[in-house]
Ligand binder design. Structure first.
Ligand code: GLU
Length: 504
């Protein structure tokens, strides 16, 4: 078999959506698993919606996912250019070929005429069966004369008369057959000379020597049309693989209603790219029917189209969260802190009131980064998304102040019989005592030793201290946190609580 060449062909009309990302991953993994080439082609022919900015957004999302392309924007390649707008001459050439073969004809019917025919059909209660081929019957001389006279025209494919059903073996759907009768003489080139989607895609896939077209099943009905174009051009037809729909938890097609739909939104919500690649790969493909954690390496080695199912896939957010936790815990402290930097910057900016730019340079400073890295053991075990950090670790950035959670004040500090003020005064003395090493075991043991002689239950000592330091009765480990703060700040926080809550 010749070298596998696959492509991902997004239209840059918005962000990279979950469905598109899965298509990209399958193409990429298939290329890697077969030792073939993965090509990125930008289908930017929609003048209103295709923007340079959208292209950049898609390239950024692809890079974030780690889907490197062998040919395409920014990397080039011998089958370029990789933007459809730069390939107009190739479509014009293909049209010439089709003209020479007598496989196309010019059509002069105006939009108004066609609309009127459609309306008449509907008024008569009949289904409109597509273009009625009026111009197909013009003589070559008449057609040429009208072209020469400058009459606006499109070019239509002359669908062959004696063609049986259009059949192909889809790598996912299996054998597919479309009756030829439903194929109207589709437009290939518009009045302004621009190619239609089906024509441009076939020209590109052929010129780029694409062997497998792996794409969403929303394109399934385009495939017989594209096959007719391949046949008209006399070009080999690639293998098609159409991917099933992705459904939300409610069984409806995944859409904005279900929340985030673009890859970047998931990134911004603290999902790792490893998670997204693994999770999306499993929306319709399986390694062995049971493995859920599948590394990129395994995916790139083992991916095959015969394990892609045509059953609709369900996007299960609970599973996504679980998987993200697994990948987060695979990171060491170094990798974790790097991944968390944007959220640490946000947390720092919130706490200090500085600008986000200042916060970004603050967190990037090596000494500060070392400090942030030490927070890893405090949260790593329970983290589900990277964006939980601003909430979970905000207290680390408060300096000498503390923001008290009102419920925790009521349930811990002011609770009957707890004697929280007494507990806090006792702990304050330990923490202020410079002869005790600033190390969590020493601090914790010394505080704990206060319980018995003062007849205080450990819980009634530690919980008030937790609220005074972290502001909340639920927090990461207390003494490990204290060790990462300055002694003066910890004392100041206790003093502030004693004075604000107990009037000391
Ligand atoms: N540009 C098309 C889209 O974004 C994809 C075309 C194809 O894969 O054939 O839907």
């Amino acid at each position: 078999m010749s070298e596998v060449r696959v492509r991902f062909a997004p239209s840059p009309t918005g962000r990279l959506h979950i469905g598109g990302a899965r298509t990209a991953i399958y193409n990429w993994a298939f290329a890697r698993a077969t030792g073939g080439k993965f090509i990125l082609r930008i289908e930017d022919t929609d003048p209103e919606r295709s923007t340079e900015e959208n292209t950049q957004v898609i390239l950024r999302a692809m890079r974030w996912l780690g889907l490197d392309w062998d040919e395409g924007p920014e990397v080039g390649g011998e089958a370029g250019p990789y933007f459809q707008m730069q390939r107009m001459d190739t479509y014009a050439q293909a049209l010439e070929t089709l003209k020479e073969k007598g496989a196309v004809y010019p059509c002069f019917c105006t939009k108004e005429e066609l609309d009127a025919k459609r309306a008449a059909c509907e008024a008569a209660g009949q289904a409109y069966e597509g273009y009625d081929r009026t111009c197909r019957n013009l003589s070559a001389e008449e057609a040429q004369a009208r072209i020469d006279a400058g009459e606006p025209h499109v070019w239509r494919l002359k669908v062959p008369e004696n063609h049986g059903p259009i059949e192909f073996d889809d790598a996912v759907y299996g054998h597919v057959s479309f009756p030829i009768e439903v194929m109207d003489d589709m437009i290939l080139v518009r009045t302004d000379g621009s190619p239609t989607y089906n024509f441009a895609v076939v020209c590109d896939d052929a010129n780029m020597r694409i062997t497998h077209v792996i794409r969403g099943d929303d394109h399934l009905s385009n495939t017989p049309r594209q096959i007719l174009i391949y046949e008209a051009l006399g070009l080999p037809i690639p293998t098609f693989a159409h991917l099933s729909m992705i459904l939300g938890g409610d069984g409806k097609k995944l859409s904005k209603r279900h929340g985030a739909t673009s890859v970047e939104e998931y990134r911004d919500r603290g999902y790792l790219s490893d998670t997204m690649v693994n999770f999306l790969a499993l929306l319709g493909w399986s390694l062995d029917g049971e493995s859920t954690i599948i590394s990129r390496e395994t995916l790139c080695k083992e991916f095959s189209l015969d394990r892609v199912t045509k059953k609709d896939a369900v996007f299960d957010e609970t599973k996504l969260d679980w998987m993200n936790g697994v990948y987060i815990r695979e990171m060491n402290d170094e990798a974790w802190v790097e991944a968390e930097l944007p959220w640490f910057a946000e947390t720092y900016a919130n706490a200090t009131g500085c600008s986000i730019e200042e916060a970004e340079s603050w967190v990037a400073e090596p000494g500060n980064k070392r400090w942030l890295k030490r927070m890893y053991p405090l949260v790593i075990e329970r983290l589900v998304r990277l964006n939980e950090v601003p909430d979970k670790l905000a207290y680390m950035f408060w300096g000498s102040r503390v923001q008290l959670d009102e419920k925790s004040v009521q349930k811990v500090l002011l609770k009957e019989g707890v004697r929280a003020d007494e507990a806090l005064r006792l702990c304050r003395n330990v923490i202020a005592d410079e002869s005790i090493p600033w190390e969590y075991n020493a601090l914790q043991d010394t505080c704990r030793a206060l319980c018995e002689p003062n007849d205080i239950k450990p819980k009634n000592l530690f919980q008030p201290l937790r609220v005074a330091i972290t502001g909340n009765m639920v927090s990461p480990p207390l003494f490990e946190s204290i060790e990462l703060l300055h002694r003066n700040n910890v004392v100041a926080r206790i003093d502030a609580v004693l004075s604000e809550v107990f009037g000391d």
